[in-house]
Design a protein around this ligand. Structure first.
Ligand code: ATP
Length: 135
């Protein structure tokens, strides 16, 4: 691998969503967004439900990442997560319907548990819509 690249993988229990050498990674940890360039010091973070963006040959590629963990060491980066999708693979109609369902559930939620479940569903839908819209 070239010195100025990061070998990056996104892995779920089901599949390898992405694996390639990239120039940079931006993702959202629970304490805020972070960016990684080649040569960064070792770094770990728990991930929020949001998007991750990589730069590959000067082109931006977006992913929805539904939580999980990020680790970087020796120019190797990995996201381990239950669910992730490449922006190009996202069904935006499905995500929009999921968003509307989650908003309706939030409005009718009768207790804290229902609010938490609806908020999580809303965050997943928003992450997918953001990744599909390349934001
Ligand atoms: P939905 O209510 O639409 O099923 P969800 O947030 O409950 O959304 P998840 O449980 O997070 O869905 O994901 C279940 C599976 O469906 C995963 O494999 C995920 O990658 C896929 N998936 C969910 N939403 C989409 C989407 N909008 N486009 C493509 N794949 C999706």
């Amino acid at each position: 691998m070239a010195e100025n690249k990061i070998h990056f993988k996104i892995i779920t229990p089901e599949k390898i969503v992405y694996e390639d050498d990239v120039e940079s990674i931006i993702a959202k940890g629970v304490k805020g967004s972070f960016g990684i360039l080649p040569g960064h010091i070792p770094f770990m973070s728990t991930l929020d439900i949001d998007t991750a963006k990589v730069l590959k040959n000067g082109k931006e590629i977006y992913f929805s990442v539904i939580g999980g963990a990020f680790q970087f060491k020796n120019n190797e980066a990995i996201i381990l997560t239950e669910v992730a999708e490449c922006g190009d693979d996202i069904d935006t109609v499905r995500a929009q319907l999921a968003k509307e369902r989650a908003e309706a559930s939030l409005n009718s939620a009768g207790n804290q548990r229902d609010v938490k479940i609806a908020n999580a569903a809303l965050a997943r839908a928003m992450a997918r819509l953001k990744a599909a819209a390349k934001q």
